[in-house]
Design a protein around this ligand. Structure first.
Ligand SMILES: Nc1nc2c(ncn2[C@@H]2O[C@H](COP(=O)(O)OP(=O)(O)OP(=O)(O)O)[C@@H](O)[C@H]2O)c(=O)[nH]1
Ligand SMILES: [Mg+2]
Length: 369
């Protein structure tokens, strides 16, 4: 029934369950229209609060927001959610009052809407300045050509645990939905001296409210500007497959589908049949790990390095002796095949990130034998 989302029989069933369990809140696993919310509240009677999936997610985000940036973004999403609902709420009051306060109600809606819109405008401005700041920071970071690898995945998949494990960072990792709202980037140093930047960010969820995606644009832009995505999956979760689909869907909304991706199955230690899973992973070019026990992490780093190499370009360059720091950078971020010391500098043959190759162009017209 479009008026109440569920049919009248279901309404009666829920109503008796409310009485039986003395429930205070009814949560719908979908987004409800403002009218449906109101009609359901009326049908269930009195003190029962009806809440939809979007409101619940916004609520959890609100509880988790620990930094100013996260709080700003959550407030924006909440206000955008309230705006249409606010209007209808007043129309509802008007009808109850039999139209007596019609003029007043209308005025009040206008006032409230204006206040909310002004607040939304101010918030957007503030978030925009955060965005610019982030962008500047990223630009400064790209001056050093270390590739950025972003962890993406369903909430609670183990992204923060993996980052902590690899970098000794101290990011809050908890058995909670949306433990992380703020992006964190850390340097990962591999045994062979190579390094990359690993970035952890907010987890995704099925039917992620669009207001949230829009509000978290500043945060999510980190993802769309990385060289490689690592999709972390909780393979021990019974709904792992649906979660993968949900993540892919959000990635395509973020225009990040074209970024190369490495799939990682996490929590193998907890899976029912680990051998079977590891076999299947091998067939599918997936790396199996346990961020908790450390199993598979070396293989993971190697796989990341392999993928990054695919994105590098081949250069042959003569690095003058007074540019020695360039040479050490090549060793750090690239893969050197050969170096020869010549009279006027060092000849290098290597795979390097494209951005870095551009820096080397003036030195490239060199022949090596
Ligand atoms: N058994 C097991 N538990 C793990 C593993 N990796 C992470 N966990 C647990 O899973 C829970 C969620 O981990 P987080 O690292 O917070 O997950 P997240 O992906 O960062 O979650 P959000 O920040 O909400 O997106 C924590 O309780 C971790 O201890 C693993 O390999 N094995
Ligand atoms: Mg996290």
């Amino acid at each position: 029934n479009p008026r109440t989302y569920i049919g009248s029989g279901k309404v009666a069933e829920i109503k008796s369950a409310i009485h039986a369990f003395d429930a205070e809140t009814v949560i719908f696993d979908d987004e409800l229209s403002p009218g449906q919310l109101r009609n359901l509240e009326k049908a269930f009677g009195g003190d029962v609060r009806v809440c939809d999936r979007t409101a619940l997610i916004l609520d959890i985000f609100n509880q988790r927001a620990a930094t100013r940036e996260a709080a700003l973004q959550v407030s924006l999403a909440q206000m955008e959610y309230q705006l249409p609902r606010l209007t209808r709420m007043w129309t509802h009051l008007e009808r109850q009052a039999g139209g007596q306060v019609k003029g007043m109600g209308e005025k009040q809606i206008e006032v409230d809407k204006r206040i909310l819109r002004t607040q939304i405008g101010a918030l957007k401005k503030e978030i925009e300045s955060v965005r610019k700041h982030r962008k500047q920071y990223r630009n400064r970071r790209t001056a050093v050509p270390v590739p950025v690898v972003s962890l993406v995945g369903y909430t609670n998949a183990g992204k923060s645990t993996l980052l902590n494990r690899l970098t000794g960072a101290d990011v809050l990792a908890e058995d909670k939905l949306f433990a992380t709202l703020d992006p964190t980037t850390r340097r990962v140093q591999m045994k062979n001296g190579k390094e990359f930047l690993l970035s952890d960010t907010v987890g995704f969820i099925q039917k992620l409210p669009t207001t949230l995606v829009a509000a978290f644009r500043a945060t999510l832009e980190e993802i769309s500007e990385s060289s490689l995505l690592v999709h972390v999956v909780d393979i021990s979760h019974p709904l792992a497959e649906q979660q993968i689909e949900a993540v892919d869907k959000v990635l395509s909304e973020l225009d990040a589908s074209s970024i190369p991706m490495l799939m990682v199955w996490n929590k193998v230690d907890k899976a029912n049949d680990p051998e079977k899973i590891i076999m299947e992973a091998k067939r599918n070019d997936v790396v199996c790990i346990s961020a908790l026990t450390g199993e598979g992490l070396e293989e993971f780093c190697n796989a990341v390095q392999e993928r990054l190499k695919d994105m590098m370009v081949w250069v042959e360059a003569l690095i003058p002796f007074d540019k020695g720091e360039l040479l050490s950078t090549i060793h750090r971020v690239g893969m050197v095949e050969k170096t020869v010391y010549a009279e006027n500098g060092t000849l290098v043959r290597a795979y390097v990130p494209l951005r870095f190759a551009r820096l080397l162009t003036p030195m490239r017209q060199i022949c090596m034998s």
